[in-house]
Ligand binder design. Structure first.
Ligand code: FAD
Ligand code: 2HG
Ligand code: ZN
Length: 468
């Protein structure tokens, strides 16, 4: 099938404004958020229904044209960017963005995959419900992308990764079959837990078109504090106390290096309200009841009395709370504005986090000596999940590979994962194939071969495979 034939076939059921072919229209879809990857495509398609997606897949399958699914294009692993061949089609779910149903009592929400997280949470808040997924790209990230990457964020320690909240899914497979189970059952053991196969599959096994998510009652009472701590050991000891004192009302426990917060202050004219220490912790608790405040106050008292925390501030108002979170949520932007960085989205067992950071310091000094690069850590993350964004500003692009491999080797040595929440995409593909167990890789390849034998779904991402 020629390109013209392909476009004619799409035009039979998509309107002209849902097929982008002009370079300036396609540009935002062909580049990732970090501008690390840039690709090319025959066209960008913006279907409006699951049936549209099905027909696109059928046509592409017939023509052996690769499909790159895309949501909000906020992914940090280059998963939604096509390759440079220009032969693939970008399938954006952006126009499939409706809420289909909110069940306040059954505690479920049914949405189309292109639904933007912030829009969804705002609609849920109006009926006193919430989907507790929280991260800085929530103004653009979509439910489909969130599930396809199994996103994490700041609330994982209480609610788990996004995939844990899935109760129903509709997926278009590589041959155009629609598998749709949207009853939102909390219990269903009538077969394999197939939905989890698509969680974190990064568009390589099927295209998510709808989902049912478990929601919860809104937690109107919250308490938020910023604490200054000397080192990761102190942060982890505080975390242990917070778990004991606050239990499942602990919503977020984030760590940020003082250097990284300094870059946020300079880039955005913000001011951290507490005395400088090497690390800062942002802790938030939330609850349906107001008893929370007493336990939080007790935790804070203990934090100071124990000497683990040198300085701290409790948010006295909603605007102060938002100011604390602005420091946290601008870390990625401030990093991007500070020059080239090498990102590492690592996790290690919480018990080995302090060891990882200690050994990391020696490692960075070694890599800097060996490569001649100046390395400035910009580290932050979800310490309660054992997940750090061990991002390093690095002035020499030719040192990036050595730095990347050295950090990943240390992660593996500490029993960790080289991608905790951002996924593999194209950014981490070679490192995953270097470090993940051959048996796991082979299992993934077999699943890919079974579901997408012609490798039309997001080739070159997550699972290597070979296109026939
Ligand atoms: P996209 O970027 O469009 O796509 C991501 C992947 O999913 C691609 O492989 C794509 O092919 C696939 N995909 C998208 N939609 C579908 C679909 N409907 N069906 C099948 N495959 C699909 N991530 C975290 O986990 N935690 C964070 O705290 C976090 N913070 C971030 C902060 C910033 C400032 C930024 C820029 C990113 C952050 N991210 C974070 C990464 C990113 O936002 C998440 O990975 C998000 O889940 C991606 O959603 P998206 O809709 O933008 O997906
Ligand atoms: C966060 O926790 C995101 O803010 C982004 O996962 C991390 O920029 C990053 O590396
Ligand atoms: Zn994160």
């Amino acid at each position: 099938m020629t390109t013209d034939d392909l476009l004619i076939a799409f035009a039979e059921f998509l309107s002209a404004q849902d097929i982008l072919t002009a370079a300036e229209d396609m540009k935002p879809f062909l580049q990732d958020w970090r501008h690390m990857f840039e690709g090319a495509a025959v066209c960008v398609l913006l279907p409006r229904s699951s049936q549209d997606v099905q027909r696109i897949v059928q046509i592409c399958a017939e023509a052996a044209v690769a499909i790159v699914p895309q949501g909000g294009n906020t992914g940090l692993a280059g998963g939604a960017t096509p390759d440079s061949s220009g032969g693939s089609v970008v399938l954006s779910l952006a126009r499939m963005n409706r809420i289909i149903d909110i069940d306040r009592t059954g505690l479920t929400v049914t949405v189309e995959a292109g639904m933007v997280l912030d829009t969804l949470r705002a609609a849920l808040a109006e009926v006193d419900r919430d989907l507790p997924i929280s991260f800085a790209a929530s103004g653009s990230a979509t439910l489909g992308g969130i599930l396809a990457t199994n996103a994490g964020g700041a609330n994982v320690l209480r609610s788990g990764m996004a995939g844990r909240m899935v109760l129903g899914l509709e997926v278009v497979l590589a041959d155009g079959t629609i598998v749709s189970e949207l009853s939102g059952l909390h219990k269903d053991n009538s077969g394999l837990n197939w939905m989890q196969l698509f969680v974190g599959s990064e568009g390589s096994l099927g295209i998510i078109t709808r989902a049912v998510m478990r929601i919860e009652t809104l937690r109107p009472h919250s308490a938020t504090a910023l604490l200054a701590v000397a080192d990761a050991d102190a942060a982890l000891q505080l975390y242990a106390r917070a778990v004991d004192r606050i239990g499942d009302r602990l919503a977020a426990f984030e760590i940020m290096s003082r250097d990284a917060i300094g870059r946020v202050e300079r880039a955005f004219g913000l001011k951290c309200p507490i005395e400088a220490q090497r690390w800062l912790v942002l802790i938030e608790t939330s609850s349906t009841s107001s008893y929370l405040e007493q336990d939080f106050a007790a935790f804070m008292e203990e934090a100071f009395e124990s000497g683990l925390c040198a300085d701290g501030a409790i948010a006295a108002s909603q605007s102060q709370r938002q100011a604390f979170w602005r420091l946290r949520e601008n870390l990625t932007e401030a990093e991007a504005l500070s020059g080239r960085s090498v990102k590492h989205d690592i996790s290690v067992p919480v018990s080995r986090m302090a060891e990882f950071l200690r050994r990391g310091e020696t490692l960075l000094a070694d890599v800097s000596r060996q490569t001649g690069a100046t390395l400035n850590p910009h580290i932050f993350g979800h310490i309660g999940d054992g997940n750090l964004h061990y991002n390093i500003l690095c002035d020499r692009p030719d040192a990036a590979g050595a730095l990347n491999r050295a950090v990943h080797d240390l992660v593996v040595d500490c029993g960790g994962s080289i991608t905790a929440e951002h996924g593999v995409g194209q950014y981490r593909l070679s490192e995953v194939y270097r470090l993940v167990s051959p048996a796991r890789l082979a299992l993934q390849e077999r699943i890919k071969a079974a579901l997408d034998p012609d490798m039309i779904l997001n080739p070159g991402k997550l699972i290597r495979g070979d296109r026939p």
